[in-house]
Design a protein around this ligand. Structure first.
Ligand code: ARG
Length: 273
């Protein structure tokens, strides 16, 4: 088994200003209050779990008025020292982008932007697997963004249409584990997308609908360690049989906004070469 070449360095943002202040996915309900202290302790436990798994965590400063900034996966696409900021679909999140660009510029990245009017929500909708970048489209990212992404980064992009609005980002349906294996939730893909992924992933761990809706695919892989928002016994047994160690991290406050462990992280050590 060849471990993933990325996933040992992450950008995260403390949930100081996190909350459900608007509704842009079916999980978000403004009337459900977020317990901010609980969110903070869950987030700190996630940082601790990632560090224990062997990852380095870098921090982005939180800002008021952009409660979803905690979901750093959506900041953009990282490719070596290149950063392609997201173009958010919903105006509610568009205010995050200047802060994301600021962080990456301050850390020496070259910032290359997608054209105006084309939406793409970063690593939430694009994950490297083997020699390609798998990217989802429909709810948040436009299909048209994929060709631009490919042109800007040089990556070969494999497009997958998302069909279930509860699984509105690719990272709720797909979690690369190593060069051959991935956790997948085909319920989130159209028939052609299932074919594409079937051809791409030699050894899939296929989630059933309940497992997918519990965000099992929204996990963070650090070498052979996996940090998951939840892990049914069946899934854990398969992962362990493959040589992975599983830790679960309660991120229930963030699930209120439709995000899990992976959404709270952005891998910084990705090279799409
Ligand atoms: N409330 C956020 C949104 O709807 C959650 C983002 C989840 N991020 C992810 N990578 N799946 O945009």
């Amino acid at each position: 088994m060849t471990q993933l070449s990325w996933g040992r360095r992450y950008l995260m943002c403390p949930p100081e200003h996190f909350g459900v202040l608007y509704e842009i996915n079916p999980w978000m309900h403004k009337e459900v209050a977020v317990d901010r202290d609980r969110a903070l302790s869950q987030w700190e436990s996630l940082v601790a779990a990632l560090r224990a798994a062997g990852a380095d965590v870098e921090l982005q400063e939180p800002h008021p008025d952009v409660p979803d900034l905690v979901f750093t996966a959506n900041a953009g696409i990282v490719n070596d020292r290149q950063f392609v900021p997201s173009r958010f679909k919903h105006p509610e999140r568009q205010g995050e982008t200047p802060f994301d660009i600021e962080w990456f510029e301050a850390h020496g990245y070259e910032v290359d932007e997608l054209p105006l009017g084309v939406s793409h929500e970063g690593a939430g909708d694009a994950l490297p697997f083997g020699s390609v970048l798998v990217s989802g489209y429909r709810f948040r990212s436009d299909a048209a963004s994929h060709a631009y992404l490919s042109k800007i980064t040089g990556a070969a992009v494999r497009s997958v249409e998302l069909v279930d609005e509860r699984l509105y980002h690719l990272d709720l349906t797909f979690c690369p584990l190593d060069e051959r294996r991935a956790i997948i939730a085909p319920m989130g893909w159209d028939a052609y997308g299932r074919k594409v992924m079937e051809a791409l992933v030699a050894e899939p761990l296929v989630l059933d609908d309940d497992e997918a809706l519990a965000f099992c695919a929204n996990s963070v892989v650090v070498g052979t360690n996996i940090v998951m928002p939840s892990c049914p016994r069946r899934v854990g047994r398969q992962l362990e049989a493959w040589g992975f160690s599983v830790a679960t991290c309660d991120v229930s406050e963030f699930l209120k906004a439709g995000g899990g462990c992976r959404c709270l992280t952005l891998a910084l050590d990705v090279s799409l070469g």
